[in-house]
Design a protein around this ligand. Structure first.
Ligand SMILES: [Zn+2]
Length: 329
């Protein structure tokens, strides 16, 4: 890992030390938006039902599932998984599912507790990030209770390795469609290879000294490790501990010390803290990144003449990289 994480670890310790201290208001997730994602296909036509927690996972599952499964996303775009509280109908959805696919490593607050009994009832339950090889994960020191950093989708190659365990579950539920599932998995792996290569090319176009960003929370650790960007997160790994005044002062100091050129708001975290830091440090906000959620489905992102759907993982990553590259040029 690069020097980045030292800075971010410093900030994280600060956040923990002051968790009980001054807290800024207005940082809660947007519960209203949860409901938009809960429309489980009524017409599932006897197809197996899969529930995925985050929008990134729902996109992965839908891509591999094609029309052979009914797939529902628990969280709507823009919902913060760290602070997500499940409405009663989400619990019903999970109980009625044949498989539940979640991220794990504490990304989704209390959801994993609810899933343990399902696994013992013979349903398929997969924690994607926990199924990846331990040596490929980032293990933050200190305060994360032995769990790895859950934001694994930031590294496209690592996310690609989530294809196989998801495809395995789908094949178990629909052995009659195993060939079609395998074909979709192979095609998607190719698309992710192309995405990974494009990101590398984009980052390579930046002067090395500029490759440093600051975001609301530590959602970009894997992204930074994979693509050589130093990342400072103001709030630590989870948004559940809100940023205090000392975090803001520490962040402003770091911006000055390290010459941070760009700081970013995140779509699933309140803008207030980042905007305050930007104001206090006299830098501008570089734009909005999709950190723990894709963008809204059907929202087009046009980059270099090509158009992507921000509601997909690939569109989300293309958007983020183009915003970062634009700000760091
Ligand atoms: Zn996060």
């Amino acid at each position: 890992m690069k020097a980045s994480s030292h800075a971010s670890r410093g900030i994280r310790r600060l956040a923990v030390a002051l968790a009980a201290g001054l807290v800024l208001g207005g940082l809660t997730g947007c519960g209203d938006r949860d409901s938009a994602a809960l429309s489980h296909p009524e017409s599932d036509g006897g197809r197996p039902r899969i529930v995925a927690t985050t929008t990134m996972l729902a996109d992965l599952v839908r891509t591999l599932a094609g029309e052979d499964f009914a797939v529902a996303s628990l969280m709507a775009p823009g919902v913060d998984p760290h602070t997500y509280e499940m409405p009663a109908r989400a619990i019903a959805l999970i109980r009625g599912a044949d498989a539940v696919i979640y991220n794990g490593h504490l990304l989704e607050g209390k959801i994993p507790d609810l899933l343990a009994p399902l696994a013992s009832q013979g349903k398929h339950v997969l924690a994607v990030a926990e199924s990846l090889p331990a040596e490929s994960l980032i293990h933050p020191d200190g305060d994360f209770a032995g769990h790895a950093d859950p934001h694994v989708w930031g590294d496209v190659r690592l996310w690609k390795s989530a294809i196989a365990p998801v495809a395995d579950i789908l094949k178990k539920l629909r052995p009659d469609r195993a060939d079609a599932i395998a074909a979709r998995a192979a095609a998607y792996a190719g698309e992710l290879d192309a995405l990974d290569a494009w990101i590398r090319q984009q980052i390579a176009s930046l002067p090395e000294a500029n490759r440093l960003i600051m975001t609301s929370h530590d959602a970009f650790g894997y992204f930074g490790r994979a693509y050589g960007i130093d990342v400072i997160g103001v709030q630590g790994i989870s948004t559940a501990t809100e940023a205090g005044l000392a975090d803001i002062v520490g962040a402003v100091d770091l911006i000055r010390q390290r010459g941070v050129r760009a700081i970013f708001v995140e779509s699933s975290v309140s803008r207030a803290v980042i905007e305050r830091i930007a104001r206090d440090a006299g830098v501008s906000v570089g734009g909005e990144l999709y950190s723990d959620s894709t963008g809204p489905a059907g929202n087009p992102v046009t980059i270099g003449g090509e158009t992507w759907d921000a509601g997909t993982y690939i569109g989300m990553m293309r958007h983020n990289v183009s915003v970062i590259v634009e700000a760091l040029r």
